[in-house]
Design a protein around this ligand. Structure first.
Ligand SMILES: Cc1cc2nc3c(=O)[nH]c(=O)nc-3n(C[C@H](O)[C@H](O)[C@H](O)COP(=O)(O)OP(=O)(O)OC[C@H]3O[C@@H](n4cnc5c(N)ncnc54)[C@H](O)[C@@H]3O)c2cc1C
Length: 482
């Protein structure tokens, strides 16, 4: 008789847990997936990527219609937004994807799905709805939740997070966002475009703290030009419920105390790992302040218990959760020791323009003591950007001492798509000269990837040395216009 009920048990039916479950079941492992909520899909499907990108699209369409005159069209006088209709569209998109992330589909793949709150009772066994389930290996993929900072008055004041924001019954007239990270920046712009007066409070001296300041500042200036107010270097001293309005008292960067008011407060001040109620203390699983501690193979201090996705606090993105799910599969099911490698990890903030990155930026290269050079190209020199009326932003390429790419940042239209060429270049270790000489279709935004390399190579190609050699061999006569 088998020692354990299952080959592998997974806690959490989000991006990481679903990747492991579908892979394990398809490899023939007896797989148990346990999800706390009533549906599979996790934060990305229900309160994160999917609703936010659907919402952003709606806001951008509204913004473009409002800007009709910019495109040589007659002005359009739009009715105010009915948020219930916006929320309905969000629910519809979620509904379509939900079918793919359904219990039935996972059952067809061969995984058993159970719903409820599971808790470890020993290193191989959890208790769920009064029953015990044991597995040879376990994967904790329980995700993260909004971190609520210990602000005075926060417990007595109603506020919203990404969990509530996509199902509001009306478009708020005004909103104060606490935190200036990616979630806040995306939502701030989208709400502002739909007609909400938005103010963002950020403790640091820039929004999007992990990005280079020049890129983040350029984006912030665009958001300011659209009407969003930012308080950088500002701390929230307290919040208060005034009935129809909420008060947020801040100390700004000059040390002045200001009282701000808005209809709603959005708390988007970081994330915390979902670890409560799992019984991890009872089996002595080690954590740090980011989440579950794991080694390169994503094993916790109990080598048969893995963790993947937001719960480790590493890169909190859906594609990171999927990638880590694959690493767990390799180690737990295929028994092929594989470690995570985030060297060429890409991400994107879906503001308009988008800000996408892969690998190192200047901040990180400097912190790692890496010598680098920076090469840029502006979107306003890209014909397609001009044609589309989306000429803000630039691409920034970092090369190391050996002139190999170590990172790219793109602030511009569809930057999230444009960065994919760099995913292939950097992972495939493609020579930069190959891309610089490869024909890209005209007119495309993607030409900017080739153009930035042109800027790097042009100094070498059109050098005095080359000119002298050509003059010597072919008797070229030099400038025709002074
Ligand atoms: C507003 C917003 C926008 C975002 N946009 C993007 C984006 O554009 N691109 C991107 O890559 N990422 C984005 N993210 C991040 C992305 O949503 C997360 O990184 C991703 O969902 C992490 O996947 P996960 O599997 O680790 O966790 P989750 O998807 O959250 O899944 C964890 C699951 O575990 C369940 N669970 C929790 N506790 C237990 C328990 N005790 N027992 C059983 N189950 C449990 C949860 O209910 C949940 O279903 C966004 C996040 C937010 C909040």
């Amino acid at each position: 008789m088998a020692k354990y009920d299952y080959d592998i048990g997974i806690l959490g039916g989000g991006a990481a847990g679903l990747t492991v479950s579908s892979g394990a079941a398809q490899f023939g492992a007896k797989t148990l997936l346990i999800e706390k909520e009533k549906e599979l899909g996790g934060d990305c499907l229900h309160f994160g990527c999917v609703p936010s990108k659907t919402f952003i699209r709606t806001a951008n369409v509204y913004h473009i219609i409002k800007s009709a005159e910019k495109y040589g069209l007659p002005r359009v006088d739009l009715k105010p937004v009915d948020y219930r209709e916006v929320a309905k569209r969000i629910r519809a998109v979620i509904g379509v994807i939900q079918e793919y992330d359904s219990k039935e589909r996972f059952c067809k793949l061969g995984a058993r799905v159970e719903f409820g709150n599971a808790s470890f009772i020993d290193e191989h066994t959890v208790r769920l709805n009064g029953k015990k389930y044991s597995a040879k290996s376990w994967v904790i993929a329980t995700g993260s939740s909004p971190a609520i900072p210990p602000i005075e008055g926060i417990n007595k004041t109603s506020y919203i997070t990404n969990k509530e924001i996509f199902s509001l019954s009306n478009l708020p007239k005004s909103m104060i966002a606490i935190g200036g990270g990616p979630i806040s920046s995306e939502l701030a712009q989208a709400f502002n475009r739909l007609g909400t007066k938005v103010t963002v409070i950020e403790l640091g001296d820039q929004i999007l703290g992990v990005e280079d300041k020049d890129m983040a500042d350029s984006l912030m200036n665009i958001l300011i030009s659209e009407g969003i107010t930012f308080y950088l270097g500002s701390s929230v001293l307290g919040v208060r419920d005034l009935g129809n309005e909420k008060e947020v008292v801040i100390k700004n960067s000059r040390g002045d105390t200001l009282s701000l008011r808005a209809e709603i407060i959005l708390v988007a001040a970081g994330r915390q790992a979902n670890l409560k109620g799992l019984g991890i203390e009872d089996i002595s699983l080690e954590c740090d302040k980011k989440g579950l501690k794991v080694d390169g193979r994503l094993r916790t201090n109990h080598k048969h218990i893995f963790a993947a996705g937001d719960v480790t606090g590493a890169y909190q993105f859906t594609h990171a959760a999927g990638y880590e799910g694959g690493i767990v599969l390799s180690n737990a099911i295929l028994h092929l020791p594989r470690e995570v490698d985030y060297t060429n990890f890409p991400w994107c903030t879906y503001t308009d323009p988008e800000l996408a990155s892969i690998g190192m930026n200047e901040k990180r290269a400097a912190a790692a003591g890496i010598q680098y050079s920076v090469w840029t190209e502006e979107f306003k020199a890209n014909d397609r950007s001009l044609a589309e009326g989306a000429e803000a932003g630039k691409i920034k390429l970092l090369l190391n001492e050996n002139e190999k790419p170590i990172g790219i940042q793109i602030l511009g239209p569809r930057a999230g798509e444009l960065v994919s060429e760099w995913v292939a270049i950097m992972n495939g270790k493609v020579k930069l000269s190959t891309i610089a000489s490869a024909v890209h279709p005209y007119p495309t935004l993607g030409e900017i990837n080739k153009k930035v390399l042109g800027n790097f190579f042009s100094g070498k190609i059109f050098s005095e040395k080359v000119k002298k050699a050509l003059k010597f061999f072919f008797n070229l006569k030099g400038r025709a216009c002074m």
